[in-house]
Design a protein around this ligand. Structure first.
Ligand code: ZN
Length: 223
């Protein structure tokens, strides 16, 4: 991987993409962030992301991607729906936004291209317990090929969190020296509550269980 290069980080201001932002800052000379709005439940997500990008001293761009929530129903944008906390058998939780990462990567690649950026960084993880199909490694590889063919470019999609569980993502943020920033300043909660969040939404449960597991591993001297 060359260090003399630039990257666009798909950035939401949550735990995962903030860890990815600092991962990218270690590897690339120039880093930009791109944040999508698509009618999420919490409107303060963008301001949190903007603040984090400012703290990291990187350019921040917001793109309105609300078209994706007009295409199909999901519980992140439809406030009348109750969020699934667990994956139903033979289907996906209603927090699944069909096509989301395909749209995000496509929009991101077009914007990267306009800035002459080859590298895209996204915080998807196959270890994500929701099991979203567009978080899987095979999808990312396929999308990478498709985007290169679509634009005759040589994009490289980086997924530093692909094989990490939440505890390992906390460990990575610690290795990158940004554990406190990620713990105290990111927003992962589906109910829009900063840092430790509401504690009971699916996203908070994952984040907090991972944090507990990581802290336990430090205390027991495993790390
Ligand atoms: Zn929450």
């Amino acid at each position: 991987m060359t260090n003399n290069s630039s990257a666009l980080v798909l950035f939401s201001g949550g735990q995962d993409s903030t860890t990815c932002l600092y991962w990218a800052l270690r590897r690339f000379n120039e880093v930009r962030t791109l944040c999508f709005t698509y009618g999420q439940r919490h409107s303060n997500e963008v301001e949190v992301a903007r603040g984090l990008a400012a703290e990291a001293n990187v350019p921040f761009q917001v793109l309105d991607a609300s078209i994706i929530s007009q295409l199909a129903d999901n519980s992140l944008t439809n406030l009348a729906m109750t969020m699934d906390c667990e994956k139903p058998e033979n289907s996906y939780p209603n927090t699944f936004v069909p096509g989301r990462n395909l749209f995000f990567l496509t929009f991101g690649a077009v914007i990267a291209r306009t800035h002459g950026i080859q590298n895209l960084v996204t915080g998807v993880s196959q270890a994500d317990y929701s099991g979203y199909p567009d978080c899987r490694d095979t999808f990312i590889r396929s999308a990478n090929t498709t985007l290169n063919l679509a634009m005759d470019e040589q994009f490289i999609i980086h997924t530093p969190l692909m094989w990490l569980n939440k505890a390992e993502i906390w460990a990575l943020s610690d290795e990158l020296g940004v554990f406190e920033i990620v713990k105290n300043k990111t927003l992962t909660c589906y109910n829009g509550i900063l840092a430790d969040g509401c504690g009971h939404c699916p996203s908070c449960k994952l984040r907090n269980e991972g944090l507990k597991e990581y802290e336990k591993s430090i205390q027991s001297g495993e790390r």
